[in-house]
Design a protein around this ligand. Structure first.
Ligand code: HEM
Length: 178
């Protein structure tokens, strides 16, 4: 699902030829079945190759991709699931673990992330993101900014800290305009 969404974004913004070159450079397939499992190494290789071919830093691509996922892929391809998860940024984030867990019961190979939200003093919340994977903080920034745009409450997102052994999650401050 993630690899296929990346293909769609790159093809839309840079053309099918750019995507073909990226897939070749990553030694990866050009298309992906949405609910099949692919090794994470394929996804990381695609991001690295896209960064080289498009001349854009990987973190910038991941952030753009997160935004695209929240504003286009989620609402266009998974609107039922997204609608059942929540109706604004905070409710979606609060119910995300339960939603990913339901998907995991259907697709036991999934290793979903974990999100929690705290505080709501004046439209600003702290979001914790835990994952078995590394290097996806910029993807999460884009996802959060995209959710802000999707629900018409533009979000400014600050990455406050990266995981440590004592605190095994990223922390973000998300400030919503209402
Ligand atoms: C209808 C909506 C959604 C569906 C169907 C969905 C489904 C999935 C699936 C299938 C994966 C791959 C997990 C794996 O292969 O191990 C995934 C990963 C992920 N999802 Fe969702 N998701 C949705 C919404 C969201 C939203 C709104 C956010 C965040 C704000 C989010 C955050 C993530 C992140 C960060 C990952 C990467 C995995 C990691 O960090 O280890 N998802 N999701």
């Amino acid at each position: 699902m993630i690899n296929e969404a990346m293909r769609r974004l790159v093809s839309e913004s840079s053309g099918d030829g750019a995507w073909a070159e990226i897939a070749e450079r990553a030694d990866a397939p050009e298309t992906y079945a949405v609910m099949s499992y692919y090794d994470d190494a394929v996804t990381y290789a695609l991001v690295g190759a896209a960064s080289e071919v498009l001349g854009t830093p990987a973190d910038e691509l991941l952030r753009d991709f997160g935004h695209y996922w929240s504003t286009r892929v989620g609402p266009e391809n998974y609107s039922d699931i997204l609608g059942a998860t929540g109706t604004d940024v905070v409710s979606v984030l609060s119910n995300l673990d339960e939603m990913h867990a339901r998907l995991q019961s259907l697709y036991p190979g999934l290793r979903p992330p974990s999100f929690s939200v705290t505080g709501d003093g004046g439209g600003s919340v702290e979001v914790r993101y835990g994952s078995e994977r590394t290097g996806l903080a910029s993807f999460v920034v884009g996802l959060l900014e995209g959710l802000g745009d999707l629900y018409s409450t533009p979000a400014s997102v600050e990455h406050l800290s990266s995981p440590t052994s004592a605190q095994p999650y990223d922390v973000f401050r998300v400030t919503l305009e209402r």
